[in-house]
Unconditional design. Structure first.
Length: 103
């Protein structure tokens, strides 16, 4: 059985798992557990505001355009999966750097 990892490489980028805490003060994105990243958002989970705030936060953390980050699953859940389009290896390296190494 493979070790858990908060991201996986796909053909056109990576898919990351993120646990979101809405109304969490200021926006922040960081490593969390071996299963997911953590995102604290100032936005409330109302009318998609938290999801809308998550996209630019993740884009900034990975150094990609907002259009390259899409919500893959978890629209109404705290645990979300996001697809980040781009060079898969470069994005995986960026994810590893956010963790300090591969979890």
């Amino acid at each position: 059985m493979p070790d858990p990892c908060p991201w996986r490489i796909v053909a056109d980028g990576i898919v990351i798992a993120v646990r979101v805490t809405p109304r969490g003060g200021r926006d922040a994105f960081a490593a969390a557990t071996p299963e997911h990243f953590a995102a604290r958002l100032a936005a409330a989970p109302v009318d998609g505001a938290a999801n809308a705030a998550l996209i630019p936060l993740v884009a900034r953390a990975f150094g990609v355009a907002k259009r390259d980050v899409t919500l893959h699953s978890g629209d109404t859940s705290r645990l979300k999966r996001l697809h980040i389009a781009g060079d898969p290896q470069a994005l995986a390296d960026c994810a590893a750097n956010l963790y300090g190494s591969r979890p």
